[in-house]
Design a protein around this ligand. Structure first.
Ligand code: UGA
Length: 448
């Protein structure tokens, strides 16, 4: 099938590459010349395991190309909208202006009966609004197919997703031919796109556009809720002498609860969960559903509170203040296996420590290049060994595998004081204590 993908950021670049790997002929469109040029060379503009290989395969087979000219989308019958929906700083709601302008730009290039499907995370009602933008083209079919991929595992998540969600006009009842049961319209087009995934048994759920829009928002809100829940409990653990790691392990063994997103620590960041819970809150408020809005507010404030809690613990470990102390921070990206530093809890904490007068060196396997210009108060060092030299306090803030594998003996020989704050509860505290380290976590009884 001939497909265009409008917007080649994180979502669009991965989507375009995976569609090409499924055998479709794909053109990715983006306004950013440098990004398009880099993607066309088979090099992702961000760190994502497995993506470069898919991009190179796509260009070698001729099935994948990139362009800055929206007119190049005209050859496609199916168009995926993958542009960003950032947080509007004034209202906290999602800013839909990129989506509107992409749809407007695409409009003159749409063939008769073209199918336009959005993948971005959007507030409920967005499809109705875009239908207004498409106004004079009633022949164009519009649907929503939210994406659930995670950075760091995006390729695998796209090729083997948990589920596919199709939002179509009129919902499930309108998606299938009444007499034959065969999918029609947007559902039929999406079935053709995802045929290899459906054949592999990936479940698909067909629903109204409003439900599809909310499925994505509610899923991210639920993941954020689960993380903030265990982080709130971790504070109770600290106050009462219980251990949150043991607690969450036992809770997670109950299959009704499950252990994923139940790992206590510094909390969530990145380009999705923080902005999406704020957008969800704004949606709930605009629909007059205060319970959801209040809920999201609490999830957000518990999450941000973990950052100050970490800063306060660091001060405790330095005898009351971090001023003048030499501190090494392990990790700058918002989570491991990505170089993305958007709303990174690690950099937020590091910057607060520096603002309080500490001399902070931050190290990260991939994100140093993205971070150093934006944080003038911090010193960056790509090499972890050099970063650890002379530290009076070490903070683990992003749990990259290479930090999990650090030898406490070797690290101990580099630092001035063997004091570790493991704010991701990721290290083997007993092994570090055995090497003479004082170890603290968030909600763990690891105080040494
Ligand atoms: C998130 C969702 O997981 C995806 O399903 C969704 O498609 C994506 O947002 C999106 O909307 O595009 P992502 O932002 O890549 O994916 O990151 P996650 O792997 O979900 O991690 C988010 C944050 O939660 C990270 O900062 C991570 O460190 C933190 N986290 C995760 C915890 O603090 N504890 C946990 O137990 C799990």
């Amino acid at each position: 099938m001939k497909i265009s993908v409008i917007g080649c950021g994180y979502l669009g670049a991965v989507h375009a590459a995976t569609l090409a790997s499924m055998g479709h002929s794909v053109v990715g469109i983006d306004v950013d010349h440098a990004k398009v040029e880099q993607l066309a060379r088979g090099a992702a503009p961000f760190h994502e395991p497995g993506l470069d290989e898919l991009l190179q395969d796509g260009s070698a087979t001729g099935r994948l190309r990139f362009s800055t000219d929206i007119a190049d989308a005209a050859c496609a019958q199916m168009h995926f909208l993958c542009v960003g929906t950032p947080q509007d700083k004034a209202s906290d709601a999602a800013d839909l202006s990129y989506l509107v302008s992409a749809t407007r730009a695409l409009l003159p290039h749409l063939a008769a009966g073209a199918v336009v499907v959005g993948k971005s995370t959007v507030p409920v009602g967005t499809v109705d609004m875009l239908r207004g933008v498409l106004g004079r083209r009633p022949d164009v079919l519009l649907g929503w197919n939210p994406e659930f991929l995670r950075q760091g595992t995006a390729v695998k998540d796209s090729l083997v997703p948990d589920r596919l969600v199709y939002g179509v006009d009129g919902g499930k009842a309108a998606a299938f031919n009444r007499s034959t049961g065969a999918p029609v319209g947007v559902a039929a087009a999406l079935d053709a796109v995802y045929e290899p995934l459906l054949r592999a048994g990936i479940p698909r759920q067909v629903c109204s556009c409003a439900t599809a829009e909310l499925i994505k928002s509610a899923s991210n809100a639920y993941l954020a809720t689960k993380i903030s829940f265990i982080n709130a409990v971790s504070e109770l653990c600290d106050a009462s002498g219980a251990d949150v790691a043991e607690l969450s392990e036992a809770m997670g063994l109950d299959p009704r609860i499950g252990n994923r997103y139940l790992h206590a620590g510094l909390g969530f960041g990145g380009g999705c969960l923080p902005k999406d819970i704020r957008s969800f809150r704004a949606q709930a408020t605009s629909h007059g559903v205060d319970a959801v809005a209040d809920w999201m507010q609490l999830v957000d404030s518990v999450n941000l509170g973990q950052r100050q809690r970490t800063v306060d613990l660091a001060a405790d470990l330095c005898g009351g203040t971090v001023a003048g102390r030499t501190i090494t921070v392990l990790g700058a990206s918002f989570k491991p296996d990505t170089d993305d530093i958007r709303d990174s809890p690690a950099l937020d904490v590091a910057d607060r420590l520096a603002a309080a007068g500490a001399h902070v060196t931050v190290t990260d396997p991939k994100a140093v290049n993205n971070a150093w210009r934006r944080y003038p108060r911090l010193r960056f060092e790509a090499n972890a060994t050099r970063a650890l030299e002379e530290a009076e306090l070490v903070l683990l803030l992003t749990e990259w595998d290479e930090y999990r594998r650090l030898s406490p003996a070797v690290a101990g020989s580099l630092v001035r004081r063997r004091v570790l704050l493991d704010a991701r509860n990721a290290l083997d505290a007993a092994a570090w204590q055995a090497e003479g380290w004082v170890v603290r976590g968030l909600g763990t009884s690891a105080a040494g």
